[in-house]
Design a protein around this ligand. Structure first.
Ligand code: SAM
Length: 279
């Protein structure tokens, strides 16, 4: 019996259902239920919340989310081999778990949930960043979700929370920090997973702000930031020349020296630049 529920230990679940890890699906499983419960707690109070989990696999994090009191969990899993194991969890938590055998990249599953919504996932590394960018760029703000609590390779997690002046500061940091509070909630070594991946991991917690931190048109900001970091070693007067006419004057009008590089410019100043461009 495990510490958090009456279901079998995860090693036994994996053996019973023949869930040998597939590299192509980014399968690095968390088998310590105390750890998965801790990740669930990093998402804050789950009671009264619907939770979207992408990639439940054998269900370690799913069990953590349910044991920590999530009102309902929608778990989207591409690998049909995991379904019998997930059905056992659904039976142990009646009416609180729905499993969808689908590719999370193909379906807009958030629309199936009822607010308040939290997204919690140990994401497959090959699709993690793309899913994050989708969740961070909905057609309108605030988004349907209240928070994202997501496992990434540590290097990606550091890019999300990076501050200006650091080598990891870039498009992902601006996208995340413009409209969210973002922080690293936990750091995990490779040995926390079975099989262990080559790199360390970290859980990032992003809380959606009710409105953007600074005013800017999302599409214009995205275009300016993409161009600025597309050539991050260049001075802004060179990297933005193609996207902003009269670039030197526009930069100076918002207090940015034309000789600065993208990684020195704060989210606030990028927003001011986007406003000047839009205006
Ligand atoms: N949540 C489990 C855990 O913590 O042990 C498994 C995490 S494992 C890193 C990633 C999971 O995502 C795998 O179960 C894999 O089959 C699933 N997966 C991979 N690509 C997917 C996709 N495009 N849509 C849905 N699930 C996917």
């Amino acid at each position: 019996m495990s510490a958090i529920d009456s279901l079998p230990p995860l090693r036994e679940v994996i053996a019973t259902h023949g869930l040998s890890a597939k590299k192509s699906l980014g399968q690095n499983f968390l088998l310590d239920l105390n750890l998965t419960a801790k990740i669930a707690r990093a998402a804050g109070d789950l009671s009264g919340c619907d939770v979207l989990e992408v990639g439940p696999g054998p269900g370690g994090l799913t069990r953590g989310l349910l044991a920590e009191g999530a009102r309902h969990v929608l778990a989207v899993e591409k690998d049909s081999r995991c379904l019998p194991a997930l059905d056992e969890i659904a039976a142990a938590y009646p009416d609180r778990l729905t499993v969808l055998n689908a590719d999370a990249m193909d379906s807009d599953v958030l629309t199936r949930l009822t607010a308040p919504i939290k997204v919690v996932a140990n994401l497959p590394y090959n699709v993690g960043t793309e899913l994050l960018v989708r969740w961070l760029t909905p057609p309108a703000w605030p988004p349907v979700w209240d928070s994202l609590t997501l496992m990434f390779q540590r290097e990606v997690a550091e890019r999300i929370v990076a501050q200006p002046g650091s080598k990891t500061y870039g498009r992902l940091a601006i996208l995340a920090q413009w409209r969210c509070d973002a922080r690293i909630a936990m750091r995990l070594p490779p040995e926390a997973f079975t099989p262990p991946p080559k790199v360390a991991s970290a859980v990032v917690h992003l809380r959606a702000l009710p409105e953007p931190r600074f005013e800017a048109d999302a599409a214009v900001l995205e275009r300016v930031v993409a161009a600025a970091f597309g050539q991050r070693r260049k001075m802004l007067r060179a990297s933005l020349k193609g996207v902003i006419p009269d670039i030197e004057n526009v930069l100076e009008s918002v207090g940015i020296a034309p000789t600065e590089r993208a990684e020195q410019v704060s989210v606030e100043r990028f927003c001011a630049l986007a406003r000047a461009v839009a205006g």
